[in-house]
Design a protein around this ligand. Structure first.
Ligand code: ZN
Length: 363
């Protein structure tokens, strides 16, 4: 089978013989690729990106985030249920104070009927919780907490109940506030994170790999087992140490074999390191944790290393090769040297000077 292709920024054209056998093979390869890579749906800037945008479930987290911010409220409290509706800063009181709800004598009454005194026409008010007495010590404490919480809210006599947008300074919905909300609450630790990874000067396939590692989405055995692609009777054991489960963080950082590579690379730079918790924290160190001078190089060395580890791992899994530590280290040093030279971060430097890090003295 002869396959040729032409790749553009977001399109790929595949040339093939126009017969069923060949097309079926391509279809099969694409299917296997999508199963193994499983990139989608992934979250980018808080928005899910995937092939099945029409699926409602994919948008649920986004809808919920926006809903929570829509749950601000103002009005006279006549048509909102005290215990069940998210009127108080988006909280549902029956869930936050279950023991009080349990002894409430007005479980399905509206907010207005909890105001105290009931007929005063001022915004300042207290609350009558309509609890069944006597209160236990625990519930007395809980009631105090609820009173303190409710002190932030007031009723507006002349306004009927309405939801307001609570994610921005004005009460009107705005797209800019919504984007800020989604980006902030996405599980990426640092808001500049996507920009940093995608703006790095490493080859795009390595940027993509780095991004997927941060999103815990590279097809390590642990991820494949969770997606039911690996049968459960095949152990998801790391190919390097053959003891621990092969997760993204284990493979790229925590495995004894891998961490000895990192130790060696940090020794090369005369940097003491503590094994980080996750690849997210670790990436942060490369960009910001090493000082301005070293970070210029470490944002190349870091991605080069995880890529070399991943290539070695694949070689072991698919070709049965024996992993070689010094080969990986050499490969990382050479690759980062080429990138640093191309980016003109170092001038007229011999590779051996880089490899022994003699130029550190001149930085
Ligand atoms: Zn391991």
């Amino acid at each position: 089978m002869i396959l040729n292709h032409s790749q553009f920024s977001d399109d790929t054209v595949i040339f093939a013989q126009p017969n069923a056998k060949e097309l079926n093979r391509i279809k099969y390869i694409l299917h296997v690729f999508s199963q193994l890579s499983g990139h989608f749906p992934l979250e980018y800037l808080g928005i899910p990106i995937g092939l099945t945008r029409e699926r409602v479930s994919m948008w649920e987290p986004v809808i919920n985030k926006v809903k929570r911010k829509l749950a601000g409220w103002k009005g006279d409290g006549a048509s909102i249920l005290f215990w069940f509706d998210p009127w108080a800063g988006g909280r549902i009181l029956k869930d936050d104070f279950p023991s009080l709800f349990f002894i409430s004598e007005q479980k399905t009454s509206c907010v207005k009927s909890f105001r105290f005194p009931p007929d005063i026409s001022t915004r300042q008010l207290g609350w009558n919780l309509h609890l069944s007495f006597p209160l236990s010590e625990f519930n007395r404490l809980k009631a105090q907490q609820l009173h303190a919480f409710l002190a932030r809210f007031s009723l507006l006599d002349s306004v009927s109940d309405q939801l307001i947008w609570a994610a921005g300074p004005s009460e009107a919905f705005s797209i800019a506030d919504a984007i800020r909300l989604l980006v902030q609450s996405s599980n990426v630790i640092h808001p500049v994170w996507p920009k940093v990874v995608w703006g790095n000067n490493v080859p795009s396939k390595i940027m993509v790999f780095h991004w997927l590692a941060i999103k815990d989405s590279i097809p390590v055995k642990d991820v494949l087992a969770r997606r039911h692609i690996l049968p459960s009777n095949i152990p998801s054991v790391c190919v390097f140490c053959r003891v621990e489960v092969e997760s993204v963080n284990h493979l790229l950082i925590h495995c004894k074999w891998t961490s000895s590579i990192w130790t060696e690379l940090f020794r090369w730079w005369n940097i003491r390191w503590v094994i980080p918790r996750s690849i997210v924290d670790f990436s942060f160190d490369w960009y910001y944790g090493m000082g301005i001078k070293a970070s210029r190089f470490w944002k190349l060395i870091g991605p080069a290393t995880i890529w070399a580890i991943w290539m070695t791992r694949n070689d072991v899994v698919f070709n049965g090769t024996v992993p070689c530590r010094s080969f990986v280290i050499r490969n990382v040093k050479l690759k980062s040297f080429l990138w640093a030279t191309n980016l003109k971060l170092v001038h007229g430097l011999q590779a051996y000077v880089w490899e022994q890090n003699l130029f550190l003295l001149c930085l």
